[in-house]
Write a protein that binds this ligand. Sequence first.
Ligand code: NAD
Length: 484
Amino acid sequence: MTEHTPYWQNHIDGAWVDGGAGRIDVTDPATGDTIARHALADAADVDRAVQAARRVHLSGALTAMRPIERGRMVQAMGRYLLDHKDEIARTLTLEQGKPLWESRIEIDGAALYFEYYGNQASTVEGRSIPLGADYMDWTEYAPFGVSAQIIPWNYPVEMTARSLSAALATGNACVIKSPELTPLTNAWFARAALAAGFPAGAVNVLCGLGSEAGAALASHRDVNQIVFTGSVPTGIAIATAAARNVVPCVLELGGKSAAIVHEDADLDAFENDIRWGIYFNAGQVCSAMSRIIVHESRHDELLDRAVSVARSLSVGPGIDRPEAGATMGAMVSDAQRDRATGMVTRAEEQGARVATGGRKLNRAGAFLEPTVLSGVTPDMEIAQHEVFGPVLSVLSFRTEAEAIDIANGTDYGLVAGVFTSDLGRATRAARHLRAGQVFVNEWYAGGVETPFGGVGKSGYGREKGREALWNYVQTKNIAIRLKG
Ligand code: NAD
């Protein structure tokens, strides 16, 4: 199947099916052209998918298996993605806008999750608890049963891989609600699950509107656990629905993450952090480095460097950008681009200065110039709220304490960074920054092995690393009274 496939279906209980809510157009954000249509699920489709997953769970097909075997199947799914990398990458670029080389990186990253969690399947072990001579006691980790996963449009392949791999490795059956803007690439997860030998109904993938299929899934009585990645308002709606059914959820929400740059930072190296931190995926990254808080003595130099990084990027259709390099693609939609330019305009009205960029490109497609704003103060909207686009805000500080106050002064707390050659300073910042993860001297340092998640309005629960496994299981204690 390629981008020329005109119509894509949902995958429920092992079959490709139409949606009760009709079809949705999928648009290439680089051209505005419709590239395909996708089936739209309604609440009845969601119910069928949940019941299929429940049947698989109750059948014991996943739980009776030796975990090392299940882990092998999870790993096979990752290999399937790599075997279809070129096809998936083209589709991802066409539906999402990112350069082709970034799509390939996303698929490599997705495959890594299946490799990592496939390897971990057999490590989810209980313990024995001594209760004296008359008892034997041990714990087991049981999968929740039906795991519902609601996916955002910015990394549709990697975000699905992140949750699905850990959920399957621990023996859950899954229902994935793919994003309505970028649903196509999720089809490969259903194919990968079948190719790896998972039974029909173990992995169901459906696209539907958030307000209809998403809400129906989040509130379904037979869903036992929910993982949501997306915006704060939707996270609140999902946590509310989960609470009504008393099921746990993991919320991976947005951020307004800051890098503190001290006067002793290596600014040559930091240019690379700017390039990746705010312009990768056109800034549509929850953990983007959307604020730099720089010591006043290096402010002007840093600003010049940020402007030159932004201007070095060639912006255009991702499909014409196969080779890794200084390129950026379209944003996901005109609406997201216009939301970003609206925030830039309001920042100017509030006293910020556009040092470079800030405008949409004069051509078709959802393109925004890589943007740097200076003169941003902590109280401005642009310093408080997520743009989710290639817009960097530069603020300055005088004292270390002030830098940390500014960094911590939003409702979010996803990631934070500190750039300095002083270990004491780095350690103090790491302790005081209010964030789920702190990067020292390299933005995005870490990997599939390191736990990821937020504090405050950035959410709760952790994905990635061994921590994520505990989201998908619950502890059962077994105590035996021995006859004596
Ligand atoms: P969104 O909240 O609008 O949508 C995310 C998903 O939720 C989509 O599949 C959507 O259909 C569904 N949805 C919408 N309303 C729903 C409802 N009432 N009930 C159930 N499901 C519903 O977010 P988005 O615009 O797709 O993604 C961008 C946001 O996601 C940004 O704020 C970004 O920071 C965040 N994000 C966070 C992470 C992370 O790991 N922390 C990763 C990627 C994106």
